[in-house]
Design a protein around this ligand. Structure first.
Ligand code: ASP
Ligand code: MG
Length: 421
């Protein structure tokens, strides 16, 4: 008998019928003799609809009220799932994030989990009940206000609960059978992966794969919680995310997949003085305004005037704000110009096998060359190569790399529903 945490995403809960199907699966798991804790996201596109609604009554809604609104989405699905489970005769109890002991920082809209004290959930389990917990939400101890964990935060709720309860596995249910070698919507012969280590999944999530939220994988790695990504529409065992990179035997290390990301923009500052501390000024002002940057590139300095150019990428959503902050500094710092481009895309190849296969970068760049795709920026980590390309070339670049490294399978990938989350 195991303790299993199951998280169901919005696309698995988009209608009454889907909720009943999910409830059947939950009850079946319980009947196999396992203890079951379930974390629910809001039904379908509820969160987006609530955001739209809020924007129509107030273009800049107070953050606290926004969280009051958004947490309602998960409370609705949560109680409905509990009702459906009860209709199959199982003992069940639902909890809000706060009741489940999810304690967070006070930052509305993007709070971090500080700790989970799941006393009431544990009591429910001990009493033989199925516990259903609203995802994506918690409470701050000082303000006593409810908070949300950022988009897709239910994954993090599930992993954090699994860690706190000492669960054997955290199953994440969505509308695809697992983690694929590429987005099946872009690459039609994308293949489902059986297993990935935490580091590979972290790189995939950080490189634009939307299957799991990055923070949930960081949490799973820190607390060593095995995650299984699978579909609520099939009985496929899905993809197991577990284990450390260093424990993969050399002969089993492979190239795992290609991730795409069209959500970033690129800013270039021209004519930055080539002196210690100049780059720090750029990144300090962004950090102080909680803008996350991703890739950074600094050119060699131009010899005739001892200046350099700095380029970096950041989420498009933060682009306009970053430009305002930098423009305000431009005159004082004497930068020549600042340019902004949001028509870019990132394509990344990821896999533990990169450490041991020579020539991966050569093949990667040749694949792009043969597809006629120009590389704008390129960076690597131990197990990842990322190129920034023009956004219109992104899908072609993805297919070219996927083909070059022969990552495809024999069967077309299945996408059951939803919007990819
Ligand atoms: N409902 C929230 C969202 O869509 C949280 C989640 O789905 O995990 O972002
Ligand atoms: Mg959602």
């Amino acid at each position: 008998m195991a303790l299993i945490v199951q998280k169901y995403g919005g696309s698995s809960l988009e209608s009454a019928d889907r909720i009943r199907a999910v409830a059947e699966r939950i009850v079946a798991t319980k009947k196999q003799g396992h203890d079951v804790v379930v974390v629910c996201s809001a039904m379908g596109d509820t969160t987006d609809e609530l955001l739209d609604l809020a924007a129509r009554v107030n273009p800049t809604p107070p953050a606290r009220e926004m969280d009051m609104l958004l947490t309602a989405g998960e409370r609705i699905s949560n109680s409905l799932v509990a009702m459906a489970v009860a209709s199959f005769g199982a003992d069940v109890q639902s909890f809000t994030g706060s009741q489940a002991g999810v304690i967070t920082t006070e930052r509305h809209g993007n709070a971090r989990i500080i700790e989970v004290t799941p006393g009431r959930v544990q009591e429910a389990i001990d009493a033989g009940r199925i516990a259903i917990v609203a995802g994506f939400q918690g409470v701050n101890r000082d303000t006593k206000d409810v908070t949300t964990l950022g988009r897709g935060g239910s994954d993090t709720t599930a992993v954090a609960l699994a860690a706190a309860l000492g669960a054997d596995e955290c199953e994440i249910y969505s509308d695809v059978d697992g983690v694929y070698t590429a987005d099946p919507r872009i690459v039609h012969d994308a293949r489902k992966l059986d297993k990935l280590c935490f580091e590979e999944m972290l790189e995939l999530a950080a490189s634009g794969s939307k299957i799991l939220v990055l923070r949930s994988v960081e949490y799973a790695r820190a607390f060593n919680v095995p995650m299984r990504v699978r579909s609520s529409y099939s009985n496929d065992p899905g993809t197991l995310v577990a284990g450390a990179l260093e424990d993969i035997p050399m002969e089993e290390a492979v190239l795992s997949g290609v991730a795409t990301d069209a959500s970033e923009a690129k800013i270039t500052i021209l004519g930055v003085k080539d002196l210690p501390g100049e780059a720090a000024k750029v990144f300090r002002v962004l950090a102080d305004n909680e803008i996350n940057i991703d890739m950074v590139l600094q050119n060699i300095s131009s010899l005739h005037n001892l200046t350099t150019d700095i380029t970096f990428t950041l989420p498009i959503a933060d682009g306009p704000r970053a430009m305002e902050l930098l423009k305000a500094l431009q005159a004082k710092e004497g930068w020549d110009n600042i340019t902004y481009n949001d028509q870019i895309g990132k394509v990344s190849l990821i896999g533990a096998g990169m450490k041991t296969h020579p020539g991966v970068t050569a093949d990667f760049t040749e694949a792009l060359r043969d597809a006629g795709v120009n590389i704008d920026m390129i960076t690597t980590s131990e197990i990842r190569i990322t190129a920034v390309v023009r956004e219109i070339d992104l899908e072609e670049a993805t297919r070219a790399i996927h083909d070059k490294f022969e990552l495809g399978g024999d069967e077309p990938a299945i996408v059951y529903a939803g919007t990819g989350r």
